[in-house]
Design a protein around this ligand. Structure first.
Ligand SMILES: CC(C)(COP(=O)(O)OP(=O)(O)OC[C@H]1O[C@@H](n2cnc3c(N)ncnc32)[C@H](O)[C@@H]1OP(=O)(O)O)[C@@H](O)C(=O)NCCC(=O)NCCS
Length: 132
């Protein structure tokens, strides 16, 4: 939650906080954390039971650790996990601020909802095709 708070309100709308707390409370088994000197500095999940796709959920990195390549490691792991699961694509519910990051890995925009996450935080739904 401290990583969420450090990225709010710049990258997450304040109203998303309770959704994230609820997500963590559900103890999602497929949610991975990145440790630096024993401290969690990032997390992401590739989650879902559909035979065709999974979703990247709640990818976030501590501001001090952004720009160091951890997001790239997460994306490569997500693509590798998706290939192993033999699914066709990964869904990503991004924001207008994070969408350019996901584009770097081949994700394309399928829908844009103005203020979709909250005031001035636009929702960009994306899909990344997986080639097994
Ligand atoms: C978006 C985020 C996950 C990226 O992780 P990161 O560890 O900072 O990214 P990396 O250091 O691995 O960067 C990989 C590449 O993506 C680029 N990049 C990183 N964030 C970017 C952004 N928001 N927009 C465009 N490019 C971005 C980097 O410049 C780098 O490019 P390069 O390979 O050409 O050098 C991270 O910055 C973050 O947690 N942001 C705040 C929370 C957030 O918005 N999460 C997404 C919710 S949908």
């Amino acid at each position: 939650m401290s990583i969420f708070d450090a990225n709010c309100p710049k990258y997450f709308a304040t109203n998303e906080r309770s959704d994230y707390a609820q997500f963590l409370d559900s103890m999602p088994e497929e949610y991975d954390v990145f440790l630096s000197s024993g401290v969690i500095v990032g997390a992401f999940g590739l989650i879902g039971n559909d035979s065709e796709y999974k979703s990247i959920n709640w990818i976030l990195i501590s501001p001090d650790s952004q720009g160091l390549g951890i997001g790239s490691i997460f994306m490569k792991r997500a693509i590798s996990l998706a290939n192993n699961a033999e699914i066709k694509h990964i869904k990503i519910a991004a924001s207008h601020l994070s969408a350019p990051f996901f584009s770097k890995y081949g994700a394309v925009k399928v829908l844009e909802i103005k203020n979709g996450w909250g005031p001035d935080m636009h929702r960009i739904d994306m899909e990344l095709m997986v080639s097994a």
